[in-house]
Design a protein around this ligand. Sequence first.
Ligand code: 13P
Length: 322
Amino acid sequence: MNIHDKEKKYIETLNKKIAKLKKERNAVIIVHNYQRDEIQDIADISGDSLALSKAAVRTDADVIVFCGVYFMAETAAILNPNKTVLLPVFEAGCPLADMVNTEKLLEKRKEYPDVAVVCYVNSSATVKAQSDICCTSSNAVKVVKALSNKRVIFIPDKNLGRYVQSQVPDKEIILWEGFCPTHIRLQEQDVLKTKQDHPEAEFIAHPECQPQVLNLADHICSTGGMFTYVKNSSANEFIIGTENGMLYKLRKENPDKKFYLPTQHLVCPSMKLTTLGWVAHALEANEHIISVQPEIAQKALKSIKRMLEVSEENPVAAIAGY
Ligand code: 13P
């Protein structure tokens, strides 16, 4: 057996084991778009942060295996206090989420009393609990527009905050000094060079990219928004300005279209920590259970619920039961 056959066999064995454990435990596997290809293949539900939060509300499984990073599993736990939420790799954190804590946020609130805090979902439960409303990359503009406040503190991603400011010029956005270490690796010259190599390609970028990169984009959207955009676009080639995990499903869903990454550095190390072996282990050993203290969860839930209320077309259905 050659190395490729051995790998195939190994994946098949693990997939069978995961399917068996999933049935035994009445579990659902929720997968973010940046996960490894083989993890995307075992997803019951895959999508962007907003889609996954909504899926976590709807599921009737007893166990949620969250293949993503810590803050995502925490959000699922907040939305499902009576379910077991498992994060296969406990160390799968988000450096952007770690760029804000409650102490610093309270200082900022003192500096700007009576200013609403809009908190990107890439943040801890305690930070969400201290905020007025949450947002994701797919609804940040809608959320800020919906607020009656003229000034808002936007935490923790300054690039997403700047993008929102460009879309909502009649409000003042007070930025936080946070950024995604993966998205800022994408440089203007990488995009210009890829555009030169593929002049017919459209450039679609995630709003966590730097402003000079976003200025070059034909379309700016969340990871979930990219799938819809590509499907509906008449273009046949796309330059993708976000993490490399996106390419697997984009290529699978659009076999006749071509996708290019402007740099090989668009890899989120935390997202890539989850492997099939860890997913099987999570289900077998019931690890790692993610839970949030009830008083924090209750406050954080308010911010998440408010987000769904102002951004969903059918808010009643989105927050049913909460
Ligand atoms: P999406 O909501 O677009 O999936 O983005 C999540 C994220 O963490 C980007 O770095």
